[in-house]
Design a protein around this ligand. Structure first.
Ligand code: DC
Length: 226
């Protein structure tokens, strides 16, 4: 029988802060390699959304984790489904991004999402995108990238993105919000946003998306041809 054990399935872990362009780059790398794609941030956003719908306080660790265990989350063609309903637009708001960062501090919630994240490791490979992919969820990833950019660059990108979607955008408020989220994601006790010791730093301030994608594909090829 030709059965591939999960441990033999390659994982590329891309971690980094909000609005670094990580999602776009990660998705393109996954598409190029024909890999599955795990957007772990979307899981925390779904939990923020579902708990909000159920009037659960985002600071209530026990209730947030208990609620998360009841959720049926699916990804289909880039859309996110909760209990069969497409909630992609609802979770992609600034409010749910902020909520995701708040619920993500709870160790009980993080533990409740581990098996689900591991289940994405399917042949021929997985591109895992998040904050703790290379440090906690897939420490044995064959390639770890820490993708980042200065806070100002990220705020500008988020600002342009909102304008592009004809949504109200206030640069100073976005900058402040990113700083708060960075501090929370980096400062939490459970799986904080840090660069894994064996990760490669990729600063994208002066790089195009295509250049960042090429950089990662090249590093992957080098790792696999060793
Ligand atoms: O990538 P994103 O902006 O959709 O993530 C939203 C929040 O979810 C982020 O601020 C922190 C949290 N998160 C996390 O704690 N661990 C992950 N692996 C992914 C996201």
């Amino acid at each position: 029988m030709n059965h591939t054990e999960p441990i033999d399935i390659p994982v590329i872990a891309i971690d980094g802060p909000s609005a670094s362009g990580k999602g776009t780059v990660a998705q393109l790398v996954a598409d190029t390699l024909g890999f599955h794609y795990l957007d772990s941030g979307a899981l925390y956003r779904v939990v923020a959304y579902a708990t909000h719908q159920n009037n659960i306080d985002w600071n209530n660790a026990t209730a947030v984790a208990a609620c998360a265990k009841t959720l049926h989350i699916q990804f289909k063609h880039g859309e996110v489904y909760l209990n069969g309903t497409d909630i992609s637009d609802q979770i992609r708001t600034e409010a749910m991004g902020k909520g995701a960062s708040q619920v993500a501090v709870h160790a009980a919630l993080r533990a409740a999402l581990v098996d689900l994240q591991h289940s994405f490791r399917i042949s021929p490979g997985l591109l895992a995108d998040g904050r703790d992919m290379g440090t906690v969820i897939f420490p044995e990833a064959v390639l770890k990238i820490f993708l980042t950019a200065s806070t100002e660059t990220r705020a500008k990108r988020r600002y342009q993105q909102l304008l592009g979607k004809q949504q109200p955008a206030d640069y100073e408020a976005i900058l402040q919000d990113l700083k708060t989220r960075d501090a929370r994601d980096k400062g939490r006790a459970s799986a904080p946003l840090i660069m894994a010791e064996d990760a490669i730093l990729l600063e994208t301030d002066t790089l195009t998306i295509t250049e960042a994608v090429h950089f990662i594909l090249e590093k992957y090829q080098q790792k696999m041809c060793k």
